[in-house]
Design a protein around this ligand. Sequence first.
Ligand SMILES: NC(=O)C1=CN([C@@H]2O[C@H](COP(=O)(O)OP(=O)(O)OC[C@H]3O[C@@H](n4cnc5c(N)ncnc54)[C@H](OP(=O)(O)O)[C@@H]3O)[C@@H](O)[C@H]2O)C=CC1
Ligand SMILES: N[C@@H](CC=O)C(=O)O
Ligand code: NA
Length: 371
Amino acid sequence: MPLPRQVFIAVIGAGGVGKAFLAQLSHLASNLSRSPGAPTYLSLILLSTSKKSVYHSDYKSLSNWEAELQNSTTPPLPLPQLADYLVKAPGKVVLVDNTSNQDVADSYPPFLKKGISIVTPNKKAFSSTYQLWTDIFSGAANGTGTGGYVFHESSVGAGLPVISTLKDLVETGDDVRKIEGVFSGTMSFLFNSFQPVSGGGGKFSAEVKTAKEKGFTEPDPRDDLNGLDVARKLTILARLVGLKIESPTSFPVQSLIPKELESCSSGDEFLSRLPEFDNEMEELKADAEKEGKVVRFVGSVDVPKGEVKVGLEKFDKSHPIAALKGSDNIIAFYTKRYGDNPLIIQGAGAGGEVTAMGVTSDLIKVVRLLQ
Ligand SMILES: NC(=O)C1=CN([C@@H]2O[C@H](COP(=O)(O)OP(=O)(O)OC[C@H]3O[C@@H](n4cnc5c(N)ncnc54)[C@H](OP(=O)(O)O)[C@@H]3O)[C@@H](O)[C@H]2O)C=CC1
Ligand SMILES: N[C@@H](CC=O)C(=O)O
Ligand code: NA
C-alpha cells in the first residue's frame, strides 16, 4: 500500500482570484486524497493578505481559513521570514501568489532556489526586467535550475490555455510567426459594451466602473487603461517564443488615460473624474462608425521582425475581434504548421473563477511533478 503524501500550500492574496482559488483548493484537496495510487493530501499552512496573515508554527492545516483570517491580528510575514518558515515545512511546499505585488514577484528567484514551487496569475514576475525572467527560470526545475517548479498560466488570458499552448508549439518545433488578438478581459468588456456591433452602448466611464465591480480590472483600473496590462501579457508571450523583450515599456503602447488624469493620486479620484472625458471616447466611436467599423483594443507580436505593439484599432463589424462578447479574449497563433488558418483560443479572459481555474490546474501540474 503506497504511503500517503502531503504537499504544503501557502497562499498570498485573498481577493477576487485568491478567494476563488481557495474554494477550488478545497475541491481539489478532497479529489486528490481519493485518487488511486498514493493519495495526496494538500495542506493549507499559510494565508496572507497585505494586512494580516494566519499560520501555525507547527505547520498545522488551516481548517477554516475564512474565520481564521478574519479573526487574525498577525501581520504578514516579511518575505525573507516567509521563505524561512516555508523551507522548514516537513514536506514539499507550493507558494501560490494571488497578488499583483512587485516585491512578491521579485522574491521568486530566492524562493525557487530554496526548493519552493510557485504558481501564480501575477504578471509582474514574468514581464518586468529580462534579468528577473532569467533569474526565475535559471533557478526553476522546469527551467534550467534544480529548485522548485514555476507555472503561470493565468498570467495571460486568465484560465485560457494560452501559455501551455504556446509552449507546446515552440517545444514541438513549430515556427511561431505572429501572435495577435485581444488580451485584456477589461478592454474587451469595455469596448464590447461601449460600442457593440449591434449599435448603442453605454458611457465609457460607466463601463469602466462595471468592469471593476465584475472583478475584471487590475486592483487599480489605471493599470488596464494605460495599456500596460496588455503590454505585460505580450512581453510574456514574446519572451516564450524567444524574443529578448527588455520590459513592457520597451515597445509602443497606447494609453487610454487622458493627459489631464495622469496626475490623479488614487484610482478612486481617477474613476470619479473619468466621466469628464466621455465625449472624447464618443468621438472615437463616431469616427469608426462613419467607416462602418468598431474600435477595439488589441496587441500583436511579429516574431521575425521582433516587433510588439499594443493599442486601438478599427475593425469591420464582421471581423471575429469585433464580435467578441463580455470579457472574452481571442488569441490567434500564426505558425508554419497552421499556415494561413491560425490556431485560435477564445473565451473569458478575466474574472475570479476562470483565473483561479488556471492557478488551480497549474497547482495540479506541480503536485504531479513533485511525486
Ligand atoms: N481578476 C482577474 O480577472 C485576473 C487577475 N489576474 C491577476 O491575479 C492577481 C490577483 O488579482 P485579483 O484577485 O483580481 O486582485 P485583488 O485586488 O482582488 O486581490 C489582491 C489580493 O492580494 C493581496 N495583496 C496585495 N499585496 C500583497 C502583499 N504584499 N502581501 C500579501 N497580500 C497582498 C491583497 O490584500 P488586501 O486585501 O489586504 O489588499 C488582496 O487580498 C493579480 O496579479 C492579477 O493581475 C490575472 C488574470 C485575471
Ligand atoms: N485586468 C486583467 C485581468 C487578467 O489578466 C484583464 O482585464 O485582462
Ligand atoms: Na492562460
